[in-house]
Design a protein around this ligand. Structure first.
Ligand code: ADP
Ligand code: MG
Length: 329
């Protein structure tokens, strides 16, 4: 498959800060690709490198097989939806959406019809004459999206675009963005610090930490088979068991991750643990367990038997639930 974006050992350093540090990455044409990581892990810098607002300190970037270095942002066939939307407050919705077309020299009449098409795509038909200041947060987000899509980019970069929306609207927009990406067939690169968002939307996910990519894979692979303790913990708060404990419990070698939902309480003859905390989460109850010198998280689905704080319980799990990540600790 053709690659939309290729990073070959790309770094972007600011003095001592390694914002992006020797990253190798391939985003395939037509995929919904998520960059997931905590704040400060290098996600925005990576997007800015793709957009051409930043240049690598070292390494090489290709966009659809062509060298990106030296190509200015407006000639990259890439558009960005910024985290804060960056709409022009004094312009109408239509003029915001058509701005890129005006800069490109397109005539007024054609601009109008292209802008209206883009507004229909984001479900804001007929909103062209409105002032952006009169819109809700969700509507402003859609205008920002229309403004990027109107240029018919081959790659759309989205920097935490749903971060400012409340949960219900965010979930609705997640579905709409996914649908839009599938119907347009263009490459989306979606930045988020929300693991649930990345897992639910993306075809593949790159997990960032401290400027480095820890793992790239399908949501299922990232979740079920994390390569590193960081990925295990960041993507779904897994339990990370040290190598000596793994050897004792399973005879296998290496640090391992164990998902909270894989731990069964009082189901068999496993080792004992003590319940030290409970948090009710609606669909499930999170159970904090003291086990040897560590704390384990378990989940009891609603309807299941929830133990009491202070109880001694047995814990066990299916052998394959213990995912060994690597040698040593
Ligand atoms: P993220 O989007 O994952 O939160 P960023 O890519 O914005 O992370 O930032 C990565 C690191 O690089 C952070 O430590 C940030 O402070 C630093 N950084 C980003 N841009 C600059 C800049 N222009 N000058 C100095 N440091 C920067
Ligand atoms: Mg950022």
């Amino acid at each position: 498959m053709q690659s939309a974006v290729l990073f070959k050992t790309v770094s972007r350093h600011y003095g001592d800060v390694r914002a992006v540090d020797a990253v190798d990455l391939e985003v395939r044409a037509g995929e919904f690709f998520a960059m997931l990581g905590p704040s400060g892990s290098g996600k925005t810098t990576s997007l800015r490198l793709i957009a051409g607002f930043e240049q690598p300190t070292s390494g090489h970037i290709e966009i659809f097989g062509e060298t990106a270095e030296g190509v200015p942002p407006y000639r990259r066939n890439v558009n960005t939806v910024f985290q804060d939307y960056a709409l022009f407050p004094h312009m109408s919705v239509r003029d915001n959406v058509a701005y890129g077309l005006m800069i490109a020299g397109m005539g007024r009449k054609q601009r109008r019809s292209k802008a209206e098409e883009a507004l229909e795509l984001v479900r804001l038909p007929g909103y062209g004459d409105r002032a952006t200041s009169a819109l809700s947060g969700g509507q402003r987000q859609r205008v920002a999206l229309a403004r990027a899509l109107v240029n018919e980019p081959k790659v759309l970069l989205l920097d935490e675009p749903l971060g400012a929306l409340d949960l219900k609207l965010r979930e609705q927009m997640q579905d709409e963005l996914k649908g839009l990406q599938q119907s347009l067939g263009i490459t989306f690169i979606f930045v988020t610090h929300d693991q649930g968002e990345a897992l639910s939307m993306a075809d593949r996910v790159a997990v960032f930490n401290e400027g480095r990519v820890q793992q790239v894979g399908t949501p299922e692979a990232i979740y079920q088979r994390p390569d590193t303790p960081f990925v295990a913990d960041f993507v779904g708060s897994s339990n990370v068991l040290p190598a000596d404990m793994v050897r004792e419990l399973s005879g296998r070698a290496g640090t391992a991750s164990l998902r909270p939902e894989a731990i069964r309480l009082n189901g068999g003859s496993g080792p004992e643990a003590t319940v030290v905390g409970l948090s009710y989460m609606g669909g499930a109850t999170k159970v904090r367990l003291a086990f040897r010198d560590m704390t384990l998280m378990a989940l009891v689905a609603s309807g299941g038997v929830v133990p009491q704080k202070g109880d001694t319980v047995t814990i066990d799990w299916a052998p394959e639930a213990l995912h060994v990540m690597g040698q040593g600790t």
